[in-house]
Design a protein around this ligand. Structure first.
Ligand code: GLU
Length: 421
C-alpha cells in the first residue's frame, strides 16, 4: 500500500483545498467567491477504446478538468500515467489556475490525464490513445477554450498528434490549440527548457534573498525527466555543485559533484539512470535527506510528507513537480525555517513560455530564443518577488503567499465579471 495513504496525506485535491482554505481565510475572501473558486468549473471523463497491436481491444479512461475559465482559456498539461485519478487531475487543474495567475498570464487552469503506462505501449498505440482522447474532448478544446500542453508521460510528439486531430476536425491548421509542440510545428524556442529555466531563476533569486553564493552551494534533484535534467544543468552552470539526481530506478550521488552533461547523454541513450556506473547509488528516499543546500523535487506529488520532512537537511526547496510537498509537511518545513519556493511559482516557467507559444501561434510571427528567455526572466523575477514580498507582508509562508496572490487575482476578475444567470 502507498505509505502516504496510511498517513492520510495522499489526496492532492485535499492538499490543494487545505492550502486554499488558509489563503482564502487570510485574504478574507467572501463566502460566495470561496465556493466558486474552490470548485472546478467542468469535469469530463471519457472512455477511450483502442485497437491494440496484438488485435485485442482495450478501453482506457481519460479526464479533462477545467478548474477556472475566468481569466482566459483553461491551460494545463495532459498526463499519461497508470496512477492518474480524477482527484489528482482536479488538483493539478486548480494548481494551473493559481500558477497562471501568479505569473499573471491570461489563462485559466485545466489539466488532463489518461490512465495508461506509456512505457508499455507501442508508438502506434500511444498515437491511437492520443487521437481518440482528443476526439472525445474536442468540444471543450480550442485556442480560446482550453489549450493543453505536455506533462508527465507526454511530449512534443503527443502535442503534434493532438494538434493534428483537432485541426482535421476544424478543417484548418490550428496550431494554437496546444503548446509544447515541436518548433517546426508552431512550437516556441525555449519551451523545452522553460520549466527548468524558471526553476533556476527562482533558485538564483532565493539564494540572493538568503545571502548565499551559488558557488558555495550543493544541490540534489529528484527526477531526471525533462524538468530534472534541465534544472540540474542550469544549476551546474550557475556554479552550484549538483551532488545527487534520481529517477524511478533510484539515485546516483557523488559529493564531488556529478557530471550532468554525461548523465544527460546516458539518459538520452538508455532512458533511465540504471547502468550509470560512475557513481554511488542510494534510494530516492535517501536522496531527499542528503545534506545539501538546495533540494529540487522534480518528479511527482507527495514525496515530502510528515514522515520524512523532519529529516530534510536542505535550506532551500525549489519545487519542480506539482504538489511534491503534502499539506501536513508544510508546517514542519516552516518550523525548520526552510525557504520553500512553491510549485505554483517555481515551475511556472513552463506555462509562461506556453503563453508565449500561444501568442506567437496566434500572431503567426515567431520570436528568437533570446526574446523568449528575456521575457521569461522578467516574468519569473517579478512573480518571485511578488510572492516573497507578500509572504513577508502577511507573515505567511511563501506557499500561502503564492496561493493568496493567485486567488486574489482570480477573485478580482470573477467579481468584476459577476455571475451570469
Ligand atoms: N504541465 C506543465 C505544468 O504543470 C505545463 C502546463 C502548460 O504549459 O500549459 O505547469
Amino acid at each position: 500500500m502507498n505509505p502516504n495513504q496510511v498517513l492520510g496525506e495522499d489526496n492532492p485535491f485535499e492538499a490543494m483545498h487545505a492550502r486554499f482554505d488558509l489563503a482564502a481565510n487570510k485574504l478574507g475572501l467572501d463566502a460566495g467567491l470561496y465556493k466558486i473558486l474552490r470548485t472546478p468549473d467542468r469535469e469530463l471523463t471519457v472512455a477511450i477504446p483502442v485497437l491494440m497491436e496484438d488485435g485485442s481491444t482495450e478501453v482506457f479512461t481519460g479526464y479533462r478538468v477545467q478548474h477556472s475559465l475566468a481569466r482566459g482559456p483553461a491551460k494545463g498539461g495532459i498526463r499519461f500515467d497508470p496512477n492518474v485519478t480524477l482527484d489528482e487531475v482536479r488538483a493539478l487543474a486548480a494548481w494551473m489556475t493559481w500558477k497562471a495567475a501568479v505569473v499573471n498570464v491570461p489563462f485559466g487552469g485545466g489539466k488532463g490525464g489518461v490512465v495508461c503506462d506509456p512505457s508499455k505501449l507501442s508508438r502506434l498505440e500511444l498515437e491511437r490513445i492520443t487521437r481518440r482522447y482528443t476526439a472525445s474532448i474536442l468540444d471543450i478544446l480550442g485556442p480560446d477554450r482550453d489549450v493543453p500542453a505536455p506533462d508527465m508521460g507526454t511530449d512534443g510528439q503527443v502535442m503534434a498528434w493532438i494538434m493534428d486531430t483537432y485541426s482535421m476536425h476544424a478543417r484548418h491548421a490550428a496550431t494554437a490549440v496546444v503548446t509544447g509542440k515541436p518548433v517546426g510545428l508552431g512550437g516556441s524556442l525555449g519551451r523545452v527548457e522553460a520549466t527548468g529555466r524558471g526553476l533556476m531563476i527562482c533558485a538564483r533569486e532565493a539564494l540572493a534573498r538568503l545571502g548565499r553564493k551559488a558557488t558555495e552551494c550543493t544541490a540534489a534533484v529528484q527526477g531526471a525527466g525533462n524538468v530534472g535534467q534541465v534544472t540540474a544543468s542550469y544549476l551546474g552552470k550557475m556554479g552550484v555543485k549538483v551532488v545527487g539526481i534520481s529517477d524511478i530506478t533510484g539515485a546516483i550521488v557523488d559529493e564531488r559533484g556529478l557530471d550532468i552533461q554525461d548523465i544527460c547523454s546516458h539518459l538520452a541513450r538508455v532512458r533511465t539512470l540504471d547502468g550509470y556506473g560512475k557513481c554511488d547509488r542510494v534510494s530516492n528516499a535517501q536522496l531527499l535527506e542528503l545534506p545539501v543546500d538546495i533540494l529540487v523535487p522534480a518528479a511527482t506529488e507527495n514525496v515530502i510528507t510528515s514522515r520524512n520532512a523532519p529529516n530534510l537537511k536542505a535550506k532551500l526547496i525549489v519545487e519542480g513537480a506539482n504538489g511534491p510537498v503534502t499539506a501536513a509537511a508544510d508546517r514542519i518545513l516552516d518550523e525548520k525555517g526552510i525557504f520553500v519556493v512553491p510549485d505554483i511559482l517555481a515551475n511556472a516557467g513552463g506555462v509562461t513560455v506556453s503563453y508565449f507559444e500561444w501568442v506567437q501561434d496566434r500572431m503567426g510571427f515567431f520570436w528568437g530564443q533570446d526574446e523568449v528567455n528575456d521575457k521569461l526572466e522578467t516574468i519569473m523575477v517579478r512573480a518571485f518577488h511578488d510572492v516573497v514580498d507578500m509572504a513577508q507582508r502577511f507573515e505567511v509562508s511563501n506557499r500561502i503567499a503564492a496561493y493568496m496572490l493567485g486567488i486574489d487575482r482570480v477573485a478580482t476578475i470573477t467579481r468584476m465579471r459577476g455571475i451570469y444567470a
